[in-house]
Design a protein around this ligand. Sequence first.
Ligand code: PEP
Ligand code: MN
Length: 344
Amino acid sequence: MLILMNSDHTKAELEGVLRKIRAMKLKPHVIPGAQSVAVGITGNAGALDPREFVGLPGVKDAVPVTKPYKLSGRDFKHADTIVKIGPYELGGKGFLVIAGPCAVESEEQVFRIARKVKAAGAQLLRGGAFKPRTSPYAFQGLGIEGLKLLAAAGKEVGMPIVTEVLDQRTLEDVAAFADVLQVGARNMQNFALLKDLAKVKKPVMLKRGMSATLDEWLMSAEYLLSEGNSRVFLCERGVRTFSDHARNTLDLNVVPAVKELSHLPIIVDPSHATGARSRVAPMARAAAAAGAHGLMIEVHDRPREALCDGAQALPPEDFAALMKDLGKITAAVGHEMTPQRKVR
Ligand code: PEP
Ligand code: MN
């Protein structure tokens, strides 16, 4: 249920509405708008009767919200959410690029690649320290050591860092270093992890699960929003389909769909979506054209030596060329490549 207040409502009238909602053992969410204020309600098991609210002083209307997700939906909040990451803003008209290796492998490797993606124009640095690998025998990441190296590289080149949080056990460590906590595809429905992440005062990048529908994805975002973390953005990384010519099927349809249904920013990861270096740039360009708010791209200067995902890593030169194309494409669809800014 969404309660729309009159544009000239008083503070006391708004308080009255909030009191009524709390008295019903439900949770009110005050949503400031351009014209007036709305109040969203969560916590109800079944549909609420609008008549409970329409007669209250200061209330203009009460509209049922039929979607299972509420706080992540546009019905609840019309304006685009802008997620602040260091000196950057993700969402709205800006466009941001997260780039770096799949995994942090060594001090030399992460510093080398960080300098190259920075020189090419990327704003944020990625690198996995805790890696979710299909095989238990594959490289699992450098763990805390990897976090420290990524943070040091990010500090040196002046880039906020994005890294995956695999589980609740390591959440505190990852949160201490990361500027953005990445929830991987395999963890999109790890609700216990999401509940704990909601309490962290840092932005969360929620990747789409391999077989998750848009509703399921937004419900996972709802876990973060409803428990107190509104600094959330989505990342489409391809889904599992019958199609077997690529690692995954990149669902670019979901970009305009998310923008219609949700106020949360959405970026695209063409690296894990395609799994093949030759296809990353074309799909990155397509994602920018489809209206994504940004991209996440894996870059490696020695892909043959990479301990993880070498086949999909772009060499730094190709990444730099792609960044130039992206400047033109984003401008053509009303977005703007964000200039690099100084990180404090
Ligand atoms: C990653 O971005 O490092 C990653 C493991 O991606 P995904 O969770 O989308 O597979
Ligand atoms: Mn990877």
